[in-house]
Structure formats: C-alpha cells, structure tokens
Design a protein around this ligand. Structure first.
Ligand code: SF4
Ligand code: SF4
Length: 285
C-alpha cells in the first residue's frame, strides 16, 4: 500500500480525483529567491494567471487570518500551500507561517514548494512546522543542460554561475528530496518542460527523482518569458511525450493549472476565489 495514499486522497495537486473535490489556498509570503531561473519573471498584479505572481506579500500573521476567511469561502480546502512568489526556503517567512497555521489548523495539510536549494538544511524544521507534502521544481540533473535553465545560484551568500553552480543545485535538490522522503514526507517533483533544452532529458530527471525517493512528478509546460522568451511553449505532442518518458519511473500528475502564488479554491472546479478573498487592501488583513 502507498504510504502517502491518505495525503494523496485529500491533496488536489497530488491526485486527479482530489483535484476536482478538494481545495487549496496559496499564501504569498515568500518575497525573495536564492537562484535565478532563465524563464522566471516574478510579478505583483491581479491579472496574470501564472506562478510567480501575486497581489502582494503577506506577513505570516496576515496569512493566518486569510486562511480563516478562505475556509469560510471554501470549506473544501484541505491544503495550505506556499509557492512563492519567491522561494519558500530563501527566507524564514514560509516556515514561520506554517508553524502558525499548524498550531491553529492542525487538520490542514501544509504543502511547501521549493527549488530545493536549501531543502536538505531546512527539511526537519519544515516537518516540525507541520509540512507533510513538498514540491521540488527540478528541471535538469545534468549540470550542462542546467546551465541553459539557471542563470545563477546563491552559494554561501555569493551568486555563482556556470556548471559548478548548477551541479551544486542539482546535488542539493536530490539530497533534499532524499531527506524529505526519509522523514516520511510526500515529494512531488515539478519539471518545467523547455523545448530544445530539457525535452529529451525528462526520463533522466524522473529516474533520479524516483531514486531519491520522490512520490510523483508533474510536467509543467514552459511559459516563455524573461531570457527564454524566444523559446516556444511545448505543444500537446511534446507534453505527452514528456509525460510518457516520466511515467516510466514515477506516477504523473496531469492536472496542473499554472496557478498564481495567491490562488484559492478547488483547482479543478469552478472559479478561483482569490478575487473574493482579497476584496480589501492586503495591509488590512
Ligand atoms: Fe523564479 Fe522559482 Fe526560479 Fe526562484 S526558483 S527564479 S522564484 S521560478
Ligand atoms: Fe496544483 Fe499545479 Fe496549481 Fe500548484 S500550480 S496548486 S500543482 S494545480
């Protein structure tokens, strides 16, 4: 029996069935990042429907009061996720928020998304803060391919570039996944599918993720922007081929919707509720 089946049944981003039944709220508390992906352009607005964008940044205390309102609007919420707009482990805000949420709402699943750079170092604190599920975005396991995806990686406080930097990131991601799995956390690996860069590398990433202890994988089509603006988004055939390559190693979650960092509601059903949730200025929460 899958040891994570109780989580997967209730997590809308780990199971297709749960995706249309249960809700999640993303709390935008993480303001900064410790790497720079060549496709990432973070933003602060109400209209763009994509990761890395939110209306603003909440403090941990503001985030907790927002959960109360979200549960009133959508009692089907089972998951509190933090997915940016920066990296959840680059600053302390996300772990502090999870601690507060876990004290007040111990029945909710705390879900952390990260690039994995600091996961090994922080995973015990995350588990103590009630984090039960983790998503690691890992787009390559070959440092040469990774150089085309990551512009720089912060190592010991210095922004480093090149293959040594991407090799450091990959080692950290795999060690972080392995540590999380050892602690009994469910780990999904997100792979951004980038045509011409990592499209023939998906099986290798999924294999390495599976060997490290990941539970499942989610292939996210590239949204071309920033330095990868001129790389086209993958078409349906390319996406399907990538999913098949990954599926040889791990179950594939196929329902991802490119959600914002302040999304709220049941992802597979109905309208996003964040407009109702943020019906007054953020500083008044
Ligand atoms: Fe952007 Fe996330 Fe990459 Fe950081 S890890 S640069 S927030 S996509
Ligand atoms: Fe779930 Fe994908 Fe949305 Fe994240 S971006 S909450 S994995 S549907």
């Amino acid at each position: 029996m899958n040891p994570y089946s109780h989580l997967m049944r209730k997590h809308p981003c780990f199971s297709g069935e749960a995706h249309i039944k249960y809700g999640r709220i993303h709390l935008p508390v993480s303001p900064a990042c410790n790497i720079q992906c060549r496709y990432c352009r973070r933003g602060c607005n109400k209209w763009e429907q994509r990761p890395g964008v939110s209306r603003g940044i909440l403090t941990p205390e503001e985030a907790v009061s927002l959960v109360e309102r979200a549960l009133e609007l959508c009692p089907e919420i089972t998951v509190v996720g933090i997915a940016g707009p920066g990296d959840t482990l680059a600053t302390e805000h996300a772990l502090e928020t999870f601690r507060l949420i876990h004290q007040q709402y111990p029945h909710l699943i705390n879900c952390l998304s990260t690039n994995g750079l600091r996961l090994e170092e922080k995973v015990e604190q995350a588990a103590q803060a009630g984090v039960a599920t983790i998503t690691v975005t890992m787009n390559a396991v070959d440092p040469i391919i990774a150089v085309q995806i990551y512009e720089e990686v912060s190592i010991d406080g210095k922004r480093e570039q090149g293959e040594a930097a991407t090799a450091h990131l990959i080692r950290a991601q795999l060690a972080g996944i392995a540590s999380a799995a050892r602690l009994g956390l469910a780990v999904k690996v997100n792979i951004v599918l980038i045509p011409g860069i990592n499209d023939s590398h998906i099986g290798d990433i999924a294999r390495a993720a599976a060997d490290a202890g990941a539970t499942n994988v989610n292939i996210i089509p590239l949204i071309p922007q920033h330095q990868l603006l001129s790389v086209g988004a993958p078409n349906c055939h390319e996406l399907q081929a990538a999913r098949e390559a990954a599926e040889a190693c791990l179950p594939v979650f196929r329902h991802c919707r490119h959600c914002r960092a302040d999304a709220c509601g049941i992802p597979g059903k109905g309208k996003d509720l964040s407009e109702l949730l943020y019906d007054r200025p953020m500083e008044t929460f």
